[in-house]
Design a protein around this ligand. Structure first.
Ligand code: CMP
Length: 141
């Protein structure tokens, strides 16, 4: 089915100048970028985005990492976009990520792991709406 998913290119990958390389992987896999912006996340915005992890021991490190530099937030659209994006990203921990995935190629640790992608239709809908208004999304049909 046609789906939308939220992708974040994290501060480590932006700092490595890997934005184009990563977007290119999405496009080559048949996903279309239908919304895109570079932002510096505030502490509040990052905490709200990751609210479900607020009780986890890594929460503070995660928020401070995500606010350490600009990120590129995108909506990707396409057939099976949520799972396809997760396949392209590879495992959360780059040490476990399959060769050729974004995290295997660009991530350095489970914290600095290059990209985020929604993990299910419900989270995709919530995460897209957290960053983009309807007018900012440009379906390509
Ligand atoms: P992300 O997909 O952005 O969602 C939450 C992030 O927390 C995850 O990627 C990792 O970068 C980070 N993180 C740090 N430690 C852990 C952990 N033990 N388990 C899951 N995520 C972790």
């Amino acid at each position: 089915a046609q789906e939308r998913t939220l992708s974040i290119i994290k501060p480590d990958a932006v700092a490595k100048n890997a934005v184009g390389d990563i977007i290119s992987r999405f496009e080559k896999a048949g996903l279309q970028v239908v919304a895109c912006k570079m932002v510096n996340l505030s502490k509040d915005k990052a905490e709200g985005f990751y609210a479900e992890h607020s009780e986890r021991p890594f929460f503070n490190d995660l928020v401070s990492f995500m606010t350490s530099g600009p990120v590129v937030v995108q909506v990707l659209e396409g057939d099976n976009a949520i799972a396809k994006n997760r396949e392209l990203m590879g495992a959360t921990d780059p040490k476990k990520a399959e060769a050729g995935t974004i995290r295997a190629d660009f991530a350095t640790s489970i914290d600095a792991n290059a990209v985020h992608g929604s993990d299910a239709p419900e989270s995709a809908q919530r995460e897209v709406a957290y960053f983009f208004s309807d007018e900012e999304i440009c379906p390509r049909g």
